[in-house]
Design a protein around this ligand. Sequence first.
Ligand code: DGL
Length: 272
Amino acid sequence: METIKPSQNSPIGIFDSGLGGLTVLKSLEKILPNESFLYFGDTAHVPYGTKSAETVIRYSQHIMDFFQKHETKAVVIACNTASAVAYQQLQQIYKIPLFDVVTPSVEYSINITKSKNVGVVGTFSTIQSNAYTKMFKKLGSGCFVKEVPCPLFVPIIEEGWADTAIAKNIAETYLKEFQDCNIDTLILGCTHYPIMANTIQDVLSKHIELIYSGKTVGIKLKEYLKNQNCENSSNTSQSVKYYVTDFPQKFDELGSRFLGRQLNNVTHIPIV
Ligand code: DGL
């Protein structure tokens, strides 16, 4: 579907299954300091990582309808699971310029890997979709790609245990799979994993570079806005509005853990 020409001073939409996507927002705020954002966290339906593609696509469509109504100039699918299983369908339905997090991390990794062996970690649904491997192939990278699901990372991080011995133990168990693959690049294919980056790096060989989707999609979005002459030109300072479908327990705690500051300006959007 052809995308519409975005309007310069409109906000950028970002969505995730919940609050994990705030790690992506944090990167985008840094890379695009003049832009404003609408963050949508589907906190009533989190996690997406254990759900079927059909369900994740349906939830994502509701969120895209919301952004369409709010006339955002672009939408970033911060959620790796939604990027992996829903991006293509959403692209066919909506005219808003849409950015997934799989493509930019794959492009970035192709540029930096020397061994041409790349690892990917993510939720069960993301890894099962094979979206990363398919994208490496589609781009003709010639890379060997090893994908490993790490479903326990999300609950560990939400529990606040990202830097504990338990986290290290579990990381060692999952990441053992990469032992004989000679990878030099590991894509953190889940919104939550940047919070656990120190532990992950600790158990891996030091030369393995971790790839953060907030950074890779941020670089791509910045380029796009520049090429389209669509960078925000107003003098107002950066603003962020948050929309969530539920206020679950630990909402404030989780929000500030992912964003590094408290969430203000939060509106509850009842589920349709
Ligand atoms: N946001 C999800 C992702 O990046 C992780 C949490 C979930 O399973 O919903 O895949």
